[in-house]
Ligand binder design. Structure first.
Ligand SMILES: C[S@@+](CC[C@H](N)C(=O)[O-])C[C@H]1O[C@@H](n2cnc3c(N)ncnc32)[C@H](O)[C@@H]1O
Length: 268
């Protein structure tokens, strides 16, 4: 198991007089370690898993997938007529759940994987729902400033340059707009972490076998665990959000911190 890189790990970037702030150092360490995966490999993985992504998640979560989604939706709460952007939307689980609760929403979905969005569009259309899809990289959102009432991001931040993406989301939110985030996080408790990583390792093997994953997904099994081990705890992520300028940050931790749900407001 890879050790979690401590904050300030990237010594080459530091000087004794002005050490980089913790967020910058952690982001540099993540970037250094994972940028090759983020640039290409992950896109191949999601092209591979798109047809069975939703079924695999239900198996891997032992049937808790819909419970996670409901807990997140209870925080997102789309209000009538609001404009919502779901980034890293995958197969549109969020957009569909939002529209089923509040049909008057204007929902946009963005993802880099055309394969995931194709499945997502089929799922939305089959339910008679309209989601406007954009294929592109979330690090540069193709939307004007102050544009959305709500931005959601679920189960993808471990694969992203978090500071850049959270700043972009801040830019496209209207003043007073809500950023709602849900992801697998580092629990912080060493015992829970050990059990969690052991379980995830078995899951990756099981789902790879059950769904006959292709080489792209099989080669990234270690990456998925490493990315989580170098990610943030719920409290650290709250600090990241506040550091970027969000306020009224609230967090709900599920399953001992394995899953974290954050809601943060762009100040008016
Ligand atoms: C684990 S899936 C989560 C999908 C969905 N949010 C959900 O909760 O089911 C991660 C998604 O993030 C997308 N993604 C990863 N890196 C991205 C990037 N740089 N820009 C846009 N999408 C990205 C992937 O293509 C994939 O669809």
């Amino acid at each position: 198991m890879q050790p979690i890189a401590p904050i300030g790990h990237n010594d080459k970037q530091e000087t004794p007089l002005s050490p980089p702030p913790p967020l910058a150092a952690r982001e540099q360490a993540r970037e250094k370690r994972f940028s090759a995966y983020w640039t290409q490999d992950l896109n191949d993985v999601f092209a591979d898993v798109a047809p069975y992504y939703d079924r695999a998640n239900r198996v891997a979560s032992l049937g808790l997938w819909d419970w996670f989604l409901n807990r997140f939706m209870s925080v997102v709460k789309g209000r009538p007529g609001e404009r919502v952007l779901d980034v890293c939307a995958g197969t549109n689980a969020i957009g569909i759940a939002l529209l089923q609760r509040e049909p008057s929403l204007e929902v946009h979905a963005m993802d880099r994987s055309a394969a995931m969005q194709e499945v997502g569009q089929q799922r939305a259309t089959a339910r008679g729902l309209r989601i406007q899809s954009v294929i592109g990289d979330v690090h540069e959102l193709p939307f004007p400033d102050n544009h959305f009432d709500v931005v959601t991001l679920q189960f993808a931040s471990r694969h992203l340059r978090v500071k850049t993406v959270f700043e972009e989301i801040h830019r496209v939110l209207k003043p007073g707009g809500r950023f709602c985030h849900c992801d697998m996080l580092r629990p912080g408790n060493p015992v829970v972490e050990k059990l969690y990583y052991g379980y995830l390792r078995s899951c990756l093997v099981l789902t790879g076998f059950l769904f006959r994953s292709g080489p792209a997904a099989m080669n990234c099994k270690k990456y998925f665990l490493d990315a989580l081990q170098m990610f943030y705890t719920a409290d650290e992520l709250s600090g990241v959000l506040r550091g970027i300028g969000y306020r009224d940050v609230v967090v709900k931790s599920l399953l001992g911190g394995m899953i974290g749900i954050h809601r943060a407001i762009r100040p008016a």
